[in-house]
Every structure is written in structure tokens, then in C-alpha cells.
Design a protein around this ligand. Structure first.
Ligand code: NAD
Ligand code: ZN
Length: 389
């Protein structure tokens, strides 16, 4: 079968690889009908994620038709149309029992390796390095889905793939980001990053009762989508000072809730224009990510910082002093996708939201390598790529 495979920094190829087979009685095999590229894939593309091996099959936002089920699978049948969460979860450990599916204790066969790096292992993820399980991903014609009774959600309605595909990741991710932000009626919510995750965080912030949503980015098409589709006030961080603008939009108090939908690959350090003398006096280091530093600085005292953006390296050190002294709450994590599938599918079926608004590029798997480049460079007004194998 054809699949998109990883071969090093900015080297993605379309290759013939063996078709997956059932490995365990709880597996299912899916014939993929639609599969997206995620901002998280860019961390692999740009070589930030450890544990990648040459030839790894990429992709964690797939849906398709069930073509085979293991003998212990009870909830799926051949022919079912399913969306597959990017988080692989056993459904029976303490974490799954508490609906913290992205922290599953049993789904990462390389847990020992991950635990050495992190103390404990999070769940295994599709197409996301051997540190997180080494599972082949869904940017392929077929996908093996472990624990098939726990993850995939069956879509019975005739909604097109484009409307339900993002249940696999970015819609629940934006939604959990807004939930984690503890939004209360009347709050001002600032969202850093107007990529797909930021767009769904904006949509979700309104659902949780925000009174004002402010979107920050530097890519004009993305800011336009945030204002036109997301009713957000926009701030282009290349043209204006983010702190000053957020202060003036909140009567000098700062946004109540701040969402970092950027993560480790932020542009800038946030220290542009600060003199060496001030850096020295204030012990400011250049290697800290821009967005966390800026969000902590901008957030109102006692506010909440929600971090769906992925951080990978230990050098992602957080300015904890200001965070502590401003009494901020921080919530973070990979999304517990399974927890959100039913309620968010209902919102789509009820017409409350049509997630396909983020799609700018629809193409074949063969165009994948070119699409990675386009999405990474934010060329051609690219916001979200969906491929049909
Ligand atoms: P994306 O790369 O398309 O979007 C990131 C956006 O951030 C871009 O538009 C970029 O211009 C903007 N940006 C860069 N520096 C900035 C700055 N200093 N201030 C404001 N904006 C800035 O990616 P995406 O698909 O939207 O994903 C966003 C993040 O969410 C990534 O880190 C991704 O790994 C993460 N993610 C997390 C989960 C989860 O489960 N927590 C799931 C999916 C994605
Ligand atoms: Zn993703």
C-alpha cells in the first residue's frame, strides 16, 4: 500500500509499505478515506521529536471504513465508518477509567523509554515516534487500530468526511483547550496561534461563555479566518506589541484566560528589543519560548493558562517566578480525545459547528510531501490539508 514515510528533517516520501495486519484480537484494520496533516506533524517534519526512525509511517488524523476486525472486537463491524482518535488507549487502566485517555498506562509498548525521559509514560500515539509507541500512522491507505473498541467513533449519518474527520484531533483539542482554560461567562480569552488548533480553541471559547476572544498570529489569512469565521479581535504580533494591545482591550487588567495554541515552534523569543543590560539585570534568557513567556506576562493575575501547544524539549523552561507570583493556574496535555467524541459529534450533527471551515487544501496522498512543505511554510494560504488515499 502507499503511505507517507519519514526519512529525516524535511524529508517526507510516498512509499510502498506492507499493508498492516491484525496483530492482536482487539485490533481492527481501517481502509483510510481521509487523513489530515497536523501542526504536531511539523514537529516531526522539522526534526524536533526524538525517537523517529527512517521509514516510519506518519499521520494521526484519519478516518475510514472498517475492513477487518480481531476476534475480541465487540463494538465495530466490517463496513462501519469510523473516525480514529490520535490517542491510543486501552480502556481498562486507572487513567482510562478516569477518562484521561491520553495518559493510558498500557498503550505505549515503549513506556520504559518514555518513562526514562518523563518519569511516566503518556499514551501511545499513531505516527508519533518510537518514544510514544512506534505505531504506524494513518497517512496511508490502511491503518491498524489497536484497542478498536475504545477509540474509533462510528459515524452513521451521511455527513461528509470533511465535517467529521477533525474529531480525530483538532476539534477535541481546541475544545479541551477552552475547557482547560476555566472560562466563565463574560471572560476575555486570548488565543496565541491561529492554526487549526487555535481556530477550534476560538470556536470553543465562545461555546464556554467567553465575552471577548482575541486571536494572535502573524499570518494574515489565519488572522482573517479568526476574525471572519471566529468573531475574534485579531492582533498581528509582527505589527503591534501584544502586551500593550491586550492591556488596552481589557481595561489594563489582562485577559482572564490565555491559550497557547502554538507550542514549541514559536517565532521569536519575546525579548526582541530588550537591551543586553536589561536582560542581564532581570536574568532573562533567550532560549525561552516566546508564547509561554508572553502569555504569562499578559494574563491577568489569578487567571488561567491553557497549553494545548506541544512542548518537547527540556529547554522549554517556563518563567515560573512570574507565573507563581501572579498566581496563575496552568493546565495542559495531549487531548483525551475519546472523552469528547460523542458530545462533539452531536454538536456537528446538530449543525452547531461545521469543522470543515478550516480546510484550505484537499489533495491525494501522492501530493503529501509537497503539502508538508506548503503547510510548514504557510504558503498558498494553507491552513489545513486533507488527503484522500
Ligand atoms: P500550526 O503550525 O498550523 O499553527 C501554529 C500557529 O502559531 C501558526 O499559525 C503560527 O504562525 C503561529 N505562531 C507562531 N509563533 C507565534 C507567536 N509567537 N505568537 C502567536 N502565534 C504564533 O499548528 P496547529 O495544527 O494549529 O497546532 C498548534 C499546536 O497544537 C502545535 O504545537 C501542535 O503540536 C499542538 N497540538 C496539540 C494537541 C494536543 O493534544 N495537545 C493536538 C494537536 C495539536
Ligand atoms: Zn494532530
Amino acid at each position: 500500500m502507499k503511505a507517507l514515510t519519514w526519512h529525516g528533517e524535511q524529508d517526507i516520501r510516498v512509499e510502498e509499505v506492507p499493508k498492516p495486519e491484525l496483530a492482536n484480537p482487539t485490533d481492527a484494520i481501517i481502509e483510510v478515506t481521509a487523513t489530515a496533516i497536523c501542526g504536531s506533524d511539523l514537529h516531526l517534519y522539522n526534526g524536533y521529536m526524538p525517537g523517529m526512525r527512517e521509514g516510519d509511517v506518519l499521520g494521526h488524523e484519519p478516518m475510514g471504513e472498517v475492513v477487518e476486525v480481531g476476534r475480541d472486537v465487540e463494538t465495530l463491524e466490517v463496513g462501519d465508518r469510523v473516525v480514529v482518535p490520535f490517542t491510543i488507549s486501552c480502556g481498562s487502566c486507572w487513567f482510562c477509567g478516569n477518562e484521561m485517555f491520553s495518559l493510558c498506562d498500557n498503550s505505549n509498548p515503549n513506556a520504559e523509554l518514555a518513562s526514562k525521559a518523563m518519569g511516566h509514560s503518556p499514551a501511545g500515539l499513531f505516527g508519533f515516534s518510537h518514544l510514544l509507541g512506534g505505531y504506524a500512522g494513518g497517512q496511508a491507505e490502511y491503518l491498524r487500530v489497536p484497542y478498536a473498541d475504545v477509540g474509533p467513533v462510528t459515524v452513521d449519518s451521511d455527513l461528509p468526511d470533511e465535517q467529521v474527520l477533525f474529531l480525530s484531533d483538532i476539534f477535541p483539542t481546541g475544545y479541551m483547550a477552552a475547557e482547560n482554560a476555566d472560562i466563565e461567562d463574560g471572560d476575555t480569552v486570548a488565543v496565541w496561534g491561529c492554526g487549526p488548533v487555535g481556530q477550534f480553541a476560538i470556536q470553543s471559547a465562545w461555546m464556554f461563555g467567553a465575552n471577548q476572544v482575541i486571536a494572535i498570529d502573524r499570518v494574515q489569512e489565519r488572522l482573517d479566518m479568526a476574525s471572519d469565521h471566529g468573531d475574534a479581535v485579531t492582533v498581528n504580533f509582527e505589527h503591534e506589541d501584544v502586551y500593550d494591545r491586550l492591556q488596552s482591550l481589557t481595561g489594563g487588567r489582562g485577559p482572564d484566560r490565555c491559550i497557547d495554541a502554538v507550542g514549541t515552534e514559536a517565532h521569536g523569543t519575546g525579548l526582541e528589543g530588550v537591551t543586553d543590560q536589561v536582560k542581564q539585570e532581570m536574568h532573562l534568557q533567550d532560549d525561552r519560548p516566546h508564547v509561554l513567556r508572553q502569555a504569562i506576562k499578559c494574563c491577568r493575575k489569578g487567571g488561567t493558562l491553557s497549553v494545548p501547544g506541544v512542548y518537547i524539549r527540556e529547554s522549554d523552561n517556563i518563567p515560573f517566578g512570574p507565573l507563581m507570583n501572579k498566581a496563575l493556574t496552568v493546565k495542559s496535555g495531549q487531548t483525551h480525545v475519546q472523552h469528547y467524541l460523542d458530545p462533539l459529534l452531536e454538536k456537528i450533527e446538530d449543525g452547531e459547528i461545521d469543522p470543515s471551515f478550516v480546510i484550505t487544501h484537499q489533495t491525494s496522498l501522492e501530493d503529501g510531501p509537497e503539502m508538508y512543505e506548503t503547510f510548514n511554510d504557510k504558503d498558498d494560504d494553507c491552513i489545513k490539508v486533507v488527503m484522500t488515499p
